[in-house]
Design a protein around this ligand. Sequence first.
Ligand SMILES: *Cc1c(COP(=O)(O)O)cnc(C)c1O
Length: 438
Amino acid sequence: MKFTSTRNTGADSVSFGEAVLHGLAPDGGLYHPTEEPDLRALIRSIGADASFVDVAGAMIQALFPERYDAATARSLALTAFPFEPRLTRLEPGVVLLELFHGPSCAFKDFGASFLAATMEEELAKRGDRAVILTATSGDTGSAVAHAFHGRDRIDVVILYPSGRVSPLQEQQLTTLGDNVTALEVRGSFDDCQRMVKEAFLDPELRDAVSLTSANSINVGRLIPQSFYYMWAFSQLKEQIQDELIFCVPSGNFGNLTAGIFAWRWGMPVSEFIAATNSNDVVPEYLQTGKFTPRPSIRTLANAMDVGDPSNFERLVEIFRGGMLDINGILSGVAVDDETIRATMRGVHTATGEFICPHTATGVYAAREHLKDEPGSDATVVTLATAHPAKFTEVCREAIGAEPEIPERLARLLKLPKRSTVVENTLDALRAELLSRFA
Ligand SMILES: *Cc1c(COP(=O)(O)O)cnc(C)c1O
């Protein structure tokens, strides 16, 4: 599999390793696969006894046969995924695909961890080192920090806005140490993002330090997200008589795009539902055909507060700018804060279980879909994107109770915080980077 830019699909293609190291195409577009491999035979051969690593290894080899044989693909899957997804039945017709059993307790661990493993591999091949520079408002940074912690040849620098991330998020960013440096910026998340952008454009820094990014548009984060759709499908295919539908809580639409990839490569599902919070640019597009990006609104499902989803470009590319009917496979549902709270409360009352506010948008959308098809035996697999314990305040407010904190998070809360406070200027960031890595 090779990759070209979404902006210029006629240009020369690059290898997976190159796309992973560069993140963004030189013309500012996103890297996108140049072909859609036919994995139908592979999908048929995977049984319900296959583990997640079995499925991931088989897919890595099928997608990148020029890079991996069966053994190296499996060993990459083993290094990248020391954690697994789980399937649980929530209620008739709704199954949760829990993606929060990794180190940072959110689905972003799958993408970040695979990216870290492939980047380390590519740098070793080239005899190079790199510094990952990333700005975070909370969740992405912690997945990246955990995924790259302890990797060879890679240092990680994370900028976060001082006093504006939750205490748990701050502990996730600042307690790892070693090759992970946390810079606590006196400013906002927008300042952090601006500083990172300026650093990538700064000639002095570019000469002295090999900077790269790990953000969610990197194909090294996108591709592995298709593996858990395939795994869930292979687990369920023998039990399911009627339609199988995936419902995906969405913000930047990377997770959904990965599911659509799996479908284009041959996974036989009947539909995808994109669940959003009140940032409803894509549900609106699906209904009206008009894509109108706008500034994001703050909601309870804050990791989905995106007003201009960056993976929309990829979705357009997959549907060949409208030549394939997007409405035939994808529908959208927007869910407001009041409904998010009510859904969290309802699930807790009925089952005693907690779900996070992002997952709640998916559960609500799944139920609405089933309501519209009375008498159908459809199964909606809803992606549970974060552990509810990352959102104790929302749980307390919505439900009046708090979920138990998993051991891996509780442990972090006790570790000493290590961060360097910096001003919100490029000069301050440049000085830090040069003194550490030049
Ligand atoms: C990032 C995130 C999302 C949104 O995923 P996209 O791939 O950006 O659509 C949903 N839920 C949680 C918990 C997240 O961290």
